[in-house]
Design a protein. Structure first.
Length: 156
């Protein structure tokens, strides 16, 4: 098949649906499940990181930025960057592993590029338990994104 999806309304609807589903799964993981895990004393708080990176006085705009990135931009990144690269380099890789790899890429972006290079925190937060909860949450996000895209394309 083609490397890139067609630039049509249904592609963007797919991205939005994938983004909403993936972001909801992330939020449940980050805010409900993560605080219950041993050695982690609270929820994952990506908005706090966004707040640090951009020097925002309030948490609210940081929450909105993270929401928009998760719902709109990351699913488009999956459709137009991650999956085309996978199709080019490892064309037989199953969608599940493509989604997991995408999630790992988002985690590296969050905890190395944004947290370390931009916010000045230790790389990967020195691999504390929260780091691994974040990895699991990002893999979940990537897999849900890939699954919604797959289901939508199978029905097309």
């Amino acid at each position: 098949g083609d490397l890139f999806p067609p630039l049509v309304a249904s592609t963007f609807a797919t991205a939005l649906m994938a983004g909403v589903a993936a972001d909801l799964s992330w939020e449940v993981w980050a805010r409900v499940v993560t605080p219950l895990l041993p050695g982690i004393y609270g929820p994952l708080e990506p908005a706090a990181l966004v707040q640090d990176v951009f020097g925002l006085a309030s948490r609210f705009p940081a929450e909105i930025i993270h929401l928009i990135v998760g719902v709109v931009f990351y699913p488009l990144g999956y459709l137009f960057i991650a999956r085309p690269l996978q199709r080019l380099i490892l064309p037989s890789l199953p969608w599940l592993l493509t989604g997991a790899g995408f999630g790992i890429g988002l985690w590296v972006f969050a905890l190395y590029v944004m947290a370390h290079l931009f916010a000045g925190l230790p790389a990967f937060l020195d691999f504390i338990p929260l780091t691994w909860a974040s990895l699991a949450g990002h893999i979940l996000f990537g897999v849900v994104t890939a699954w919604v895209v797959r289901v939508r394309e199978m029905r097309a």
